[in-house]
Design a protein around this ligand. Structure first.
Ligand code: RIB
Ligand code: CA
Length: 322
């Protein structure tokens, strides 16, 4: 099976870190690099957290690049109240010194697109790096195979305002620019589907019976996030948005949705809202696939089986129970 080449663009971030675990442990993917923008945390910090996730998978050969450190026009507003000051649940892991984190995330995206065919982008944070790369070299994106964006909200309330999802709210100008300037349809994996992906205490308890080292890392970085979910949303567990974007890229059948025209509101009370013209009022060409249904249990087993290799039978034995 030919591996699909991908760039993971993200803002690690607890769920971004879990998404990196899934991507790196998926045989269908060749992760050519990880580019980091500011979002959950400033990009420099996010890049360190990306290294930690790669170290957990013995994959420090995958390069990590710092991209844009500020949104296109807005002042950066991070989510360190949700992900912790360090971006991974305030564990304050020891910094990984080698390999060194590189600068030039935007140029990395452009160069990879120009020098490889059929490269896809899985974007798990604000779309600042993607927007800047299009602005710098739109032609390079003629080689783009597919782009998946964890972001937006269609028929469900936002998580930064009644209508806006964090990634598109942090940098609405980049999000709107990308939706309007890519010839490749964007697969919008929004809150409509990601809110159904909940890492529950049962699953945490279960993984601690599997691989102790990986379970310890996942348990540690999600603890703060679980506390946040209880205090803010009365949920026991935590919504892990980003890994679903990776799972959907690998197996399209895990989500269902429809093609539509989408644009993002840049300012005002609805800033960051993804406007999904599902009825075609604006008579614009469709530029997105909006995902609205998900098989959440299938996702969780995919995640567990790939991240906890060697425990497939045990995981199969609890299918339908956790
Ligand atoms: O709204 C959820 C998204 O914003 C996730 O990607 C999370 O990591 C944050 O970036
Ligand atoms: Ca993210």
């Amino acid at each position: 099976m030919e591996k699909r080449k991908v760039i993971i663009d993200c803002d690690p971030g607890i769920d971004d870190s879990l998404a990196i675990l899934l991507a790196v442990n998926s045989p269908e993917l060749e992760v050519l690099g990880i580019t980091v923008c500011s979002g959950n945390v400033p990009a420099k910090l996010g890049a360190k957290n990306a290294l930690k996730a790669l170290q957990m998978c013995s994959s420090l050969h995958i390069p990590v690049y710092i991209g844009e450190e500020e949104p296109l026009k807005r002042k950066l507003v991070t989510a360190q109240d949700t992900h912790g000051e360090d971006g991974v649940g305030e564990k304050f892991y020891e910094e990984i010194k080698t390999p060194s984190i590189k600068d030039g995330g935007v140029d990395f995206i452009i160069n990879i697109l120009k020098n490889h065919d059929k490269v896809s982008i899985i974007a798990l944070g604000p779309l600042t790096n993607i927007a800047k790369a299009i602005m710098k070299d739109k032609e390079a994106f003629n080689n783009l195979d597919e782009i998946i964006s964890m972001g937006g909200a269609y028929r469900i309330h936002g998580n930064c305002s009644p209508v806006a999802e964090f990634n598109y709210w942090v940098d609405p100008h980049s999000a709107d620019y990308v939706y309007k300037n890519l010839s490749t349809k964007i697969h919008m994996v929004g809150l409509d589907v990601t809110r159904k992906i909940v890492l529950t205490p049962n699953i945490i308890e279960f993984i601690n019976r599997l691989d102790e080292r990986m379970a310890k890392y996942i348990t540690e970085i999600t603890r703060f996030y679980i506390d946040f979910h209880w205090e803010q949303e009365g949920i026991i567990g935590c919504v892990i948005n980003d890994p679903l974007a990776v799972a959907y890229f690998i197996d399209r059948s895990i989500c269902k949705g429809f093609e539509s025209y989408v644009e993002v509101v840049e300012d005002g009370i609805a800033m960051g809202q993804s406007i999904v013209d599902s009825v075609g009022f604006y008579k614009n060409k469709t530029n997105a696939v909006v995902l609205t249904e998900v098989e959440e249990k299938r996702f969780m087993y995919m995640f567990l089986k790939r991240v906890f290799k060697g425990y497939e039978n045990v995981i199969d034995s609890v299918e339908g129970v956790i």
